[in-house]
Each structure stands twice: as C-alpha cells, then as structure tokens.
Design a protein around this ligand. Sequence first.
Ligand code: NAD
Length: 307
Amino acid sequence: MRVLVTGGAGFIGSHIVDALVAAGHDVAIVDNLWEHGGGKTENLNPKARFYQLDIRDAALADVFASFKPDVVSHHAAQPSVAFSTKDPSYDADVNVKGTINVLRCGAAAGTRKVIYASSSATYGTPERVPIDEDHPQRPESPYGITKMVGEHYLQYYASAGGPAFTALRYGNVYGPRQDPSGEAGVIAIFTNRILAAEPIRIDWDGEQQKDYVYVGDVARANLLALDGADGAVLNIGDGVGTSVNELHRQIATVVGRDVKVEHAPKRPGDVRLCVFAIGRAKAALGWEPQVPLDEGLVRTIDSFRIV
Ligand SMILES: NC(=O)c1ccc[n+]([C@@H]2O[C@H](COP(=O)([O-])OP(=O)(O)OC[C@H]3O[C@@H](n4cnc5c(N)ncnc54)[C@H](O)[C@@H]3O)[C@@H](O)[C@H]2O)c1
C-alpha cells in the first residue's frame, strides 16, 4: 500500500513510518520540521520519501498527485496544549486549515482513507470515567478544540465523497524519540532531567491522572486502521490512570536517582483526570495495548540513556 505520513519526522509519526516500512509498505513523509515541534531529520526513515513541506502549502496537491497515497496517516500538527493557549490562532491555522488541505488534496487524488491523530484533549474534564467514545466532547484548550474540529472535517469530507477515515483519540503517548525540550510529554521531560540530575517541576499537586500509552502500541493501531474500522472514532490508551507523582516515583526508581522537585500552579487547559475505556478499539481493530507502563518506562529511559 502507498501510505503518506504527515508529521512523519516527529515523535509518533516516525514510529508509524518505521512500522509501515517494516511491514513492506511504500511510504512517503510530509513534514516541515516546525521549529517548536518534535520533528527531526534523524527521525526520518531512509526508506521513505521525504517532502519538507507545510501541510497548509498549496504544493501539497503536487505531492498527492505524484505519490498517489492509498492512505494518509495524518499526524502533522501543532501538538501542544500549552503552545495553543499562548497562540490559539497559529494552532487553529495548522490544525484546522492544515487538516482541511490534507483532506482536500486526498479527495482530489482519490485517497481511500485518512487516519487522524485526535486526542484525549477533545473530551475536557470528564463527567464519568473511564471515558468512552460517546462521552461528550467539551475541550478546555484551543488545542482540544482544533483537534475536535478536525474530526468534524473528516466526517464532512467522508460524507461528501472524499476519503473515508478512522479517528484515533490518543491518551498521553510516550516512548523513545519524544522531544524532552517542549512543555508536553511529562515522561520525556522527567526522564531527561532525572538522567541529567536536574530538578523537575510538578504542576498543580501532581495528583492529576492521565492515560499513558506506549508509542509502539500507537503505531500498531495505525497499521491496523489501514484497512479496518472505516468511519470509527476510537480511544487509544492503556485504560489505566497514572498520576504525575507516580510517574516521578517510577522514573526515579528505574534511573536509580531522585532529584529536587519544584512545584508550580495548574497550567491553563490541564485536566484533572483522563482514563480511557478502550473496548471499542479492541472490537473494531483487534487492538489492545501490549506494553504496560513499567515496561514502557524502562524502554524509554534506556533509549534516553543512549542518546
Ligand atoms: N504526543 C501525544 O501524547 C499526543 C496525544 C494525542 C494526539 N497527538 C497527536 O499526534 C500527532 C503527533 O504528535 P507528536 O507528539 O508526535 O508531535 P511532534 O511534534 O513530535 O510531531 C508533529 C510533527 O508535525 C510536524 N509539523 C508541525 N507543523 C507542521 C506543518 N504545518 N506542516 C507539516 N508538518 C508539520 C512537526 O515538524 C513534527 O515533525 C499530532 O497530531 C498530535 O496532535 C499526540
């Protein structure tokens, strides 16, 4: 299959590219290596074609016309809640207009399907846990709003004769290659700082719980969605809530050292509790997480030690 991965130089996208190449697919990447994102040239798989291009650029149509993707795995985005609260207009430009451009180009080039990276941030503060896919979406950050709007455009284009879709709502994804220099990705940030014997910052009281899912499991969900679960919206998480304080404890234990903790107030847009119900992804794709948090943390910490 010919698969175009937008954001394929980034953290999650590059793992998807590697899994697609390993499975024998013909893969191309569109990524503009945005200066505030996690995209890096060293993440690029040499067996994939690379187009350094902004997804908002009119020239995206030429990439679609020449590569003719059967499926697009759409991961290019402004991916940070914190950045979105500082510049909501930029966030909307990339996450909404960029997504529309991907869908328009896919419709024009006869792309069969778009797999979309959505987010737990679209739910906002849950009224019940675990959160299933029918839970109301009341996003509390500009990022959560734009990711939710992207889902609506998928449905619009599919109903208007464009590509079919699967929207994957990820929990907090972690693993090797996650950028530790940004404001998102608490596991990468804590790992990097504890390995360097530098203090960590814990916002709020650290008891906020999120659903952490290993990046290899996310890549596998994308491969399964290549030809399954058309029209479905699926939670992709591990179904377990873990607090920031618990992450700190576990990472310090694996690294074998603790560091000073600085405390800071709640960040705008952060939510208290997010734990996913993941039964629908199992029913639709046969997908279940295979890497539990303790094992995923060891793999992540080992990869950060090598770098
Ligand atoms: N990391 C998570 O926990 C998480 C959770 C839910 C959803 N997501 C979504 O998954 C996707 C990948 O996130 P990530 O954590 O790997 O982030 P990342 O920053 O590592 O990857 C995003 C990639 O998109 C590229 N990009 C950004 N703007 C672009 C543009 N205008 N044109 C072309 N390329 C552009 C960046 O250069 C980067 O390589 C995003 O859509 C994000 O919203 C991530």
